[in-house]
Design a protein around this ligand. Structure first.
Ligand code: CR1
Length: 798
């Protein structure tokens, strides 16, 4: 079908297109249509308008013989897509008008879309922002991942405790994907390797089929559309007819069920041995399918694999797709007969690796038994690469095999053309710590690409009041040139303009307050400061430092309830890995503290604590525009970058934070006077840990901290079970690895500075507005340009 025919199929009038889809795609009349039918019909009408640019992008890529970028990621935390599509195609007014004409409310329809939570946190959300920026910049690119049936679990609270339920986004119809039954690859596991006259032949004993599902990702103005291709696992033998005919119906369905297990659930964490094996299977499954797909596309255009590094850049999002190294070598050497060294060189020319964490427990390594059993040929290849590397660097005792483990970080590093960290501080620490030895051997390999976020979703679309004001003030060029937000700077000294800025924030807060009241029955005063900490629950992120400060603050208010206090609402949201007991206890503690504080008639108009359940992208989009203060309080050296920190700054919420991750760069850019700094530096953290009894000393020196800890210890927040949090208190008074106690005093000081600053509304608004005006550098467009120049050597085609 040519483009001209397509145009007539999708009517130019959005209302007609919606009605047409309602009838012909969903078989419903307007009278019979449910909200979901309307949402689907609107989504299809919007999607239709992406298709033309999608085909066009593919054609232009082929015509230009352009280099393609492939982003391999276990996680794409894309959230809802309908509003994103409407905004990027600039159909907001049309969609609103069309729905109104049809008697529907725009927001109600948008709210019907399930939030696709195919990721855990920052790493997955970064991948989603990158896809959008790649399209905005017209880079020929494709995301590869897994089409999980169940994304990250749904969180609720029972007596303050986290409960986990399966997430079921696919039970509601999903408008965005195109199933590609013709794009299927058979992926093998296990079995044996035989040497056939010098050629290694792997015969797997288990096979599954990877089937592609494509989601179009439109960039700003819909000028370029890339594809997110997610693999779904299916059985190669869908149905065992012999078993069925024998009456064994369960047995008949088993091959299908077993195969599908691979793409059944997103790992919220990996803790069990059986689970680990499935995780490795997932990793190989999607990586192997992606590589086969990449080579098939390459072969359709070129007939010399030596060209591969000049036509293909593959980005490994953390080590989860690290098996791409040995698998690409296997495909080139075993299957295509290239000499091993040449195969390895070509693979290295294509592959790049992003490291997202230095936490030892998050650095992947696989038991060689499990690895070798599942991937018997790959372990041989790993060893050969390792031996060659050791021979080439004889004086170093480095290996990617240690203690019967295969270390995926080291493997990724050795197989990569470029290795990058995600903030300046993190990249520096990579060079000094985990990759010290490898960095010395390959000093040109590590580069820094500080993270960014897409301003289309994280300002334009989630915060229409502020983005409207920004566009009225400086025009709409900022949307794809975020640095031009600096044109706002002269206006921050204009009291009239500041009032408009403050009014936008205030309306966002009222809207959030109304939503919290409607959905959670919570009453908060929008005039109070909204102090927000939203992110995964982890000891290094120190939500417990925040709640300790809340307790101490509450105690202080109770000492002098009639003094001048700056009213605050502390808002938390975040999920804990189901097996991370300590993090779950922190959730419960926050909920318990919340119950006591919010019920205290003497103080609740001055300090409230709220924990909103089921944090996800959609909730972030609600909270960030309404935040006054951004809590970024990790132990220095532990948060690789953070990206929430950037979203808050962009939306006019100053940060209280440590010198960690991208906080360092945020502070440099927004100005030290517009950032509430506290705490030890990464270096001081390391030194402080060596001090005998550091926590006890900190507690002894700070009576406020001692009193807050004593309140927890005494059972004040858990009267039915006074010992409930004793282990937390013991941790914070003893080992205190994350230095909560040692940083408390300075955190308290910075919080009181925040109180004073907030009380001066004019200067606070100025500070908030400067955060917005100076956050332009944190666009993921800038980050992607960095990858294009420093890592991929790729160009945009628009
Ligand atoms: C880091 O913890 C960073 C994101 C994206 C996370 C966070 O600081 O912003 O990656 N790492 O780079 C992670 O999820 C598995 O590691």
């Amino acid at each position: 079908m040519n483009i001209a025919t397509l145009r007539t199929v999708s009517s130019d009038n959005l209302r007609d297109a919606i009605l047409s889809h309602l009838a012909y795609s969903f078989g419903k009349t307007p009278e019979a249509a449910h909200l979901e039918d309307w949402r689907m019909a609107l989504s299809y009408a919007v999607r239709d308008r992406m298709v033309e640019a999608w085909f066009d992008a593919t054609r232009r890529t082929y015509d230009a013989g352009a280099k393609r970028v492939y982003y391999l990621s276990m996680e794409f935390l894309i959230g809802r897509l309908l509003e994103d599509g409407i905004v990027n195609l600039r159909l907001v007014d049309q969609a609103r008008a069309a729905l109104t004409e049809l008697g529907l409310d725009y927001h109600t329809v948008l709210e019907n879309e399930p939030d696709a939570a195919l990721g855990n946190g920052g790493l997955g959300r970064l991948a989603a922002c990158f896809l959008e920026s790649l399209s905005t910049l017209g880079v020929p690119a494709m995301g590869y991942g897994i089409r999980y049936e169940h994304g990250l679990f749904r969180q609720s609270f029972a007596d303050g405790r986290q409960m986990e339920a399966p997430e079921t986004w696919l039970l509601q119809r999903h408008a965005w994907e195109f199933e590609r039954p013709e794009t299927r690859y058979t992926i093998g596991f296990g079995g044996e390797v035989r040497d056939e006259a010098g050629r290694m032949v792997w015969t797997p004993d288990e096979q599954v089929c990877a089937e592609a599902f494509d989601t179009p990702i439109a960039g700003w103005k819909g000028r370029w559309v890339n594809t997110l291709r997610l693999w779904s696992a299916q059985s190669v033998r869908p149905f065992d007819l012999d078993s069925f005919n024998r009456g064994d119906f369960e047995g008949a369905a088993q091959p299908e069920a077993l195969a599908r297990t691979i793409s059944r659930v997103l790992y919220p964490d990996d803790t069990t041995e059986q689970g680990k094996k499935l995780r490795l299977k997932q990793e190989f499954f999607f990586t192997a399918a992606a590589l086969r797909d990449i080579l098939r596309r390459f072969d359709s255009e070129y007939n010399d694999v030596a060209l591969l590094p000049s036509k293909v850049a593959i980005q490994l999002n953390d080590t989860h797709p690290a098996i791409a190294g040995p698998e690409l070598v296997r495909l080139l050497h075993d299957e295509r007969g290239l000499p091993f060294e040449e195969a390895q060189k070509i693979a290295q020319g294509c592959l790049n690796y992003t490291n997202h964490t230095l936490l030892p427990e998050a650095l992947e390594s696989w038991n060689e038994g499990i690895f070798g059993q599942l991937l018997p040929r790959h372990i041989q290849i790993v060893d050969r690469i390792d031996d060659a590397h050791a021979k080439a660097n004889p004086s170093r005792g480095f290996s990617m095999r240690a203690n019967h483990q295969v270390r995926m970080g080291e493997l990724s590093f050795v197989m990569a053309n470029r290795v990058n960290g995600v903030s300046a501080l993190h990249t520096g620490l990579m060079k000094e710590t985990v990759f010290k030895e490898l960095h010395r051997l390959h000093p040109e390999r590590i580069v820094n690409e500080t993270n960014g976020v897409t301003p289309r979703r994280w300002l334009l679309s989630c915060n229409p009041r502020l983005s409207g004001l920004v566009s009225e003030t400086i025009g709409s060029g900022w949307i794809d040139d975020l640095e031009s937000l600096s044109d706002l700077e002269p206006h921050v000294d204009d009291a009239g303009w500041r009032d408009l800025f403050a009014a936008a924030k205030r309306s966002n807060k009222s809207e959030l307050a109304a939503w919290m009241s409607d959905t959670h029955g919570l009453r908060v005063d929008p005039a109070a400061m909204f102090d927000v900490q939203i992110k995964r629950m982890h000891e290094y992120k120190r939500q417990h430092l925040n709640i300790l400060e809340a307790i101490a603050h509450w105690q202080e208010i109770k000492d002098a309830p009639n003094a001048e206090w700056t009213p605050r609402v502390k808002i938390f949201a975040g999920k804990a890995a189901p097996g991370y007991v300590f993090a779950k206890d922190i959730i419960r503690l926050i909920n318990d503290v919340s119950s006591v504080l919010n019920a205290d008639a003497e103080t609740c108009d001055k300090l409230q604590v709220i924990f909103l359940p089921n944090y996800n992208v959609t909730l972030a989009e609600r909270l960030i525009p309404a935040a006054d203060l951004s809590e970024q309080i990790s132990t220095a050296g532990k948060e690789a970058s953070g990206t929430g920190n950037m979203k808050f700054a962009m939306n006019g919420a100053p940060t209280i934070g440590t010198l960690d991750g991208a906080n360092v760069e945020i502070r440099e850019r927004v100005g030290a006077e517009n950032f509430f700094l506290f705490g030890m530096t990464a270096e001081e953290v390391v030194a402080r840990r060596e001090v005998e009894g550091h926590a006890a000393k900190a507690i002894e020196a700070d009576p406020r901290l001692a009193r807050a800890l004593e309140a927890i210890r005494s059972g004040m927040f858990s009267p039915d079970e006074p010992d409930r949090y004793r282990h937390i208190v013991e941790n914070l008074s003893g080992h205190d690895y994350f230095l909560v106690s040692s940083d408390f005093t300075d955190y308290w000081r910075a919080q009181r500075e925040v109180d004073r600053a907030y009380a001066d509304a004019a200067s606070w608004t100025r500070m908030a507005a400067l955060n917005t005006a100076r956050s332009g550098w944190f666009s993921s467009d800038r980050t992607i340009r960095g990858y294009m120049a420093d890592i991929w050597d790729a160009k945009g085609l628009i």
